[in-house]
Design a protein around this ligand. Structure first.
Ligand code: MN
Length: 487
């Protein structure tokens, strides 16, 4: 279980009795938060920091502890902040500055100077906040009573994002084949991706997978077919085509386990030795938390793995999606998202059907794929692009809607949505921002989750939502370009 360190700030000035009380309160608070983070991570009380040496030690320990995904800091009393400088300079984990108190209400009848000196977060957290700002430290500030549900929600959100950021460190991404020829937005700087996020992105020949496919036994294919039969409706007579995909998936599973892979890409331009483009094989793998990007799109694959990690334990679906086509009826504009095959069945509104259809691209046999209509509800679409001098996340608020009419001839899974605030504004903003035609769509996460992840990884983020106004949006983009040039 991953951990979040709970670190309380104080000082030596108040005497032993006060410090004993500070520690007792802190332990109780950390224990309460620990219970509220159940299933997500542990909250571990560390110590009451009274000196710069203690601050440095605990921050170094948090930085070097591989199980520590972040820290919660809180000043019970005043804590002169010069003592925090060395510690905060050493801290390389996400920080949540919890601006709270041990007591919810003021004891109006009994309050005296002793009470005020013991419970002065309003004072101490401002001093601590100043030094964080002075050091240019990215952190999340959560203000309010620590037992209130909205505060707990924000801490849980932080923990989810911290788990995503933690997954990044050393995450391995496999590319079968390279980026689709001549495509710009799916390409990127893999060395920079590893420096910035810790994503270790490597090329594999599709032949490496074919070699594994050749070792898959009939019994293994039978077991995979039984898994499909349990989850999906077999809506084809071409069982051989489905078995071919089942074989691919067994091989991909084995490859993933052997190489410790969290995300992968393939490309229809490099299928040497495969009879079909992976369809249901790729789709079913995506349901197991593995990120996927087609056409060599390693950024979307990696981001998909991270966002799936961030949404673990939350209701909703998260997966790869591609902008495809529109219904441009005035005032009721809808987007149809899909892909040539690879849409994750986590998005299915009802039981997916296994079908086999011709695929005009890739020059291979007809591939088996899962076909379904998509879920509805509030969601986000997130795209990561490489601006040359930095990465940018584009996050758009969308409303997934039921498809207005059946599409009996469309042989692929699909989602439909409205971009906010409207298609004329939202889609234009996306295009001004350089957002890709590939994204990770999630109904489990919100723009706030992406904001946290962006903060933790120091990534530029632009959000498109109900409040987006094109003039200020374009000005924001210009400001961001200017800021990047100044860095
Ligand atoms: Mn595509």
């Amino acid at each position: 279980m991953k951990k979040i360190y709970f670190i309380t700030g104080s000082q030596d000035l108040y005497g032993e009795d006060v410090l004993i009380q500070v520690e007792k309160d802190s332990r109780e608070m950390a224990q309460y938060l620990n219970e509220k983070m159940a299933g997500l991570c542990e909250v571990v009380f560390t110590l009451v920091v009274k000196t710069s040496g203690e601050a440095e030690d605990v921050c170094l320990k948090a930085t070097s502890d591989k199980d520590c995904i972040g820290v919660i800091t809180w000043m019970h009393t005043f804590s002169p902040a010069k003592m925090w400088i060395r510690g905060l300079q050493a801290l390389k984990k996400p920080m949540l500055h919890l601006h709270t108190q041990y007591n919810e209400k003021l004891p109006y009848d009994s309050i005296d100077m002793d009470f005020m000196n013991l419970n002065q977060s309003a004072h101490g957290d401002r001093e601590f906040g100043f030094i964080c700002t002075r050091l240019g430290l990215k952190r999340e500030v959560v203000a309010g009573y620590y037992r209130h549900e909205n505060v707990i929600e924000q801490i849980r959100r932080f923990a989810h994002a911290a788990l995503g950021a933690d997954l990044c460190r050393g995450m391995r991404v496999a590319m079968f084949g390279n980026n689709m020829r001549d495509v710009a937005v799916t390409d990127g700087d893999r060395v920079e991706s590893e420096i910035k996020y810790g994503w270790n992105v490597n090329y594999y020949g599709i032949g490496d997978l074919v070699k594994i496919i050749d070792t898959v036994t009939d019994a293994e294919v039978d077991a995979k077919m039984a898994e499909y039969a349990g989850k999906y409706d077999m809506d084809t007579d071409n069982i051989e085509a489905v078995r071919e995909q089942a074989k691919y998936e067994v091989a991909i599973d084995r490859f993933i386990a052997k190489e410790n892979i969290q995300a992968f890409t393939d490309t229809f331009q490099d299928l040497h030795g495969l009879r079909q483009l992976p369809g249901i094989a790729a789709q079913n793998v995506m349901t197991k938390g593995i990120g996927f990007g087609p056409e060599g799109d390693y950024k979307t694959a990696a981001l998909g793995a991270v966002m799936q990690k961030m949404s673990e334990g939350r209701s909703g679906a998260t997966g790869f999606m591609e902008d495809y086509t529109y219904d441009l009826t005035a005032g009721e504009e809808l987007e149809l998202g899909s892909h040539m095959l690879e849409v994750s069945p986590v998005f299915a509104a009802s039981k997916p059907k296994i079908q086999v259809h011709h695929l005009g691209i890739g020059n291979r046999e007809d591939p088996a794929r899962l076909v379904f209509d998509g879920v509805s509800g509030e969601g986000i679409a997130v795209s990561m692009i490489d601006m040359g001098d930095r990465f940018r996340l584009v996050c758009a608020a969308i409303e997934l809607v039921p498809q207005p009419q059946p599409m009996p001839k469309l042989p692929v899974a699909r989602l439909m949505w409205k971009i906010k605030p409207s298609l004329p504004v939202g889609a234009a903003a996306w295009i001004y921002a350089g957002g890709a035609h590939h994204a990770v769509v999630s109904t489990a996460l919100t723009a706030d989750d992406i904001r946290l992840f962006a903060k933790m990884t120091d990534t530029e983020l632009v959000v498109i939502d109900e409040k987006t106004d094109l003039n200020s949006f374009e000005q924001q983009l210009e400001m961001l370009d200017l800021m990047a040039k100044l860095k």
